[in-house]
Design a protein around this ligand. Sequence first.
Ligand SMILES: N[C@@H](CCC(=O)N[C@@H](CS)C(=O)NCC(=O)O)C(=O)O
Length: 394
Amino acid sequence: MDRVATSLSKTQSHTMKNILATAVTLIFILTACTSNSGANEIAVERAQATAEAAVIDRNDAIAERDDAVARAEIVERSADRLAAIQDRGDVTCATGNDTPGFHYLDAAGQSVGFDVDLCRAVAAAVLGDADAIDYRFTDLAERGPALQSGEIDLMNLTTTWTSNRDVNWGNFAPVMFYDGQGFMTRKDSGVTSALELGGAAICVTSGTTTELNLADYFRQNNLDFTPTVFEQSDVAVDAYQAGQCDAFTTDRSGLASLLTEFPNPDEHLILPEIVSEEPLTPVIPHGDEAWFDVVKVVMAGLIYAEAYGIDSTNVDGMAASDNVKAKRLLGSEGDFGQEALGLRKTFMQDVIKQVGNYGEIYERNLGAQGIGLPRDGRNDLWINGGQIYAAPLR
Ligand SMILES: N[C@@H](CCC(=O)N[C@@H](CS)C(=O)NCC(=O)O)C(=O)O
């Protein structure tokens, strides 16, 4: 795209120079060859106007042609994965099935949760059907290989965006949930701060940022500990519950999620320390920029839908309203690049009707109707002082 933009501006400035040179020559000839000065001025003005109109026409033509070239390039690049998804009729989504609020099987055996809903939003966007998903339940330590294989279209699995993962795993979309790592202990241990965990055995899942942060935190604070590492997080949790470790550590939202499943949540305490940054985001395999753009635009659509007051109950009314931004988002007026990405102009209508806006997704899964995490601080929209924000849709 940069190359296209550069060649556009070079071509434009070259054309401008030619047209202006012609206009100057014409003005010079007219001034030199005519004796009547009034007629001269009129002729000069006309020549200037003609030259300016020619520049505008020419620029419009160049812009149109280059828009078409850029659009063709984008569509060609996105064609592979998008076409494969459309041929197959489903989006391959790597997620989990054992973390209430994020990814879980409900009583009917259906995948539900915040992570699951982000996959559902993408399926609704590209296929018009939020249920058109091929779920791949993936262990945390298998997330990198699953992305590197390119066999999944999308991963939503409580995955923290880090620099190493960005280089090695795939492309990370805008942050959908801000978190940090914490610790849980049994209340009867008397421990009330992570700094009192010196010498403790700590249960942790491998292949996570958790494992690395744990080591950093104890080293930084000159504390010993014994990591008790498990491949699967449910096994790590069982081990903690069975008393094999003094503490369990993961993202604090994960700790809150676990407590909803414990038979005796009141017997456990989430310690106050937050020892890391855990921005959780959807990830897609490397090498498919246009597909990455599709996922990012869907995430931005969820966020802006909430900001503009569009929810699953009022989509049709908002599409027909005089709210300029809402109409653009819903595809009833204007454009924000949907068709260039190979999406239907009204795709966000399907997304919001079937899955809801960001706020609805949050409340259903993580908020009051879900695992009860108050939506304060960073996970609120920027207009409410939070950090949930995305590229403007225009
Ligand atoms: N955000 C961290 C930790 C991820 C994590 O431990 N996720 C837990 C819940 S907090 C999980 O999804 N476990 C379910 C599973 O193993 O499928 C990472 O990206 O490494």
